[in-house]
Design a binder for this molecule. Sequence first.
Ligand SMILES: NC(=O)NCCC(=O)O
Ligand SMILES: [Zn+2]
Ligand SMILES: [Zn+2]
Length: 486
Amino acid sequence: MSKLIKGGTIVTADLTFKGDVYIQHDRIVAVGPDLPHDADHVLDATGCYVMPGGIDPHTHLEMPFMGTYSSDDFESGTRAALAGGTTMVVDFALPSPGQSLLDALAMWHNKTGRANCDYSFHMAITWWGEQVFDEMAVIVRDKGINTFKHFMAYKGALMVDDDEMFASFQRCAELGALPLVHAENGDVVAQLQARLLAEGNNGPEAHAYSRPPEVEGEATNRAIMIADMAGVPVYIVHVSCEQAHEAIRRARQKGIRAYGEPLIQHLTLDESEYAHPDWDHAARRVMSPPFRNKQHQDSLWAGLQSGSLQVVATDHCAFTTAQKRFGVGDFTKIPNGTGGLEDRMPMLWTHGVNTGRLTMNEFVAVTSTNIAKILNIYPKKGAILPGADADIVVWDPAREKTISAKTQQSAIDYNVFEGKKVKGLPRYVLSRGVVSIHDGEVRTREGHGEFVPRQPFQAVNRALSTWKELTAPRKVERSGIPASGV
Ligand SMILES: NC(=O)NCCC(=O)O
Ligand SMILES: [Zn+2]
Ligand SMILES: [Zn+2]
């Protein structure tokens, strides 16, 4: 079965040119001007940009969290992803304390039977011991996972301490894996939460008061310094503020390989949402870190423009209004998380490309190609090249809509972007060659999604260990040692 995407402008992370894309089965086989018309299906891309499908490296589908499960599963979540131009998601396998990493991974694989697009996993390190140390090697060498997530927050649940993090980061360095970090100082958050509650501050706005930017900036800097001491690169998820961005920027200027991932929510929504008089409105926007002010947003945009931040994700972790109401009277019980999978690409195009904050090529870089390279799956993903998977979005810059929960794919009953107008939407979305969005209509295929294995890193980890070895502390050999003074 062959397909031809005809008459569009191909936009990649580094090139923009007129051309067609020829697909056979699930792969791109040719890219260039005026390719032959003999394909089984021709998709008209006139007036459109033909780009690599988006990759969202941060989702929590059907995640057990705060006494409930996030409400989008791998079916509705990947359907929402495709509707918005995202053709691959990377979710998190979360072992419970004491649980084998391999058992947790098997549990997460069991959730994916109805996935509509390709997916992969990060493995979370939620506890530490010899078993975890040993199983990390199996995860990397046999299970196709090269990233390990560490939560510095959620004290008493997912949080790990510095000791555990340093041990795990060193293991990542040995295995050619990349540590990911949720950087918030969980001890300080816990104290601030208790103080706010004691003062009678129990509404959703107190969630934001309990997680000021300093909590994130301190933890980000600590994670980066620990990674540097362990001799491993580090990827900071959901960077929301200048303090965290500044720590990443400063580290990068010193040659440290630190990556930063802002979310579309933090780029486009601000803290005023928590002051809304409607409790539900504010609680639906409770996530960690919380939304910030305009200065922090400007910092994140500047980071994407200058390259100090590399990836835009969603952290899609969707809870219904009924679930959010678990926290009426106690903001610490509001399940943390928001949706965004369907809206990431249209919102970033509208607020990034249409405003001149991002070029189209930068858009492709931060939604797809950069993370494909960081995760070691480029050019299978994140590229319009012969041999690449046919994960493609045909993007119509003139297509418009107003975001509404009534028309969304996500299973929840609201949308944090409700009422926002977007200009720039998919005309077609192909998931490994399957036309899943056809002229805006959803034609996803349940079970089509496949696990994408990822090989351990070679170049960066090897370069870092070579440098660490060269600069390691060495004993000074002395010829004459004076006798002890006693
Ligand atoms: N971000 C959030 O509030 N919920 C999802 C879990 C996490 O990433 O911290
Ligand atoms: Zn997080
Ligand atoms: Zn997350």
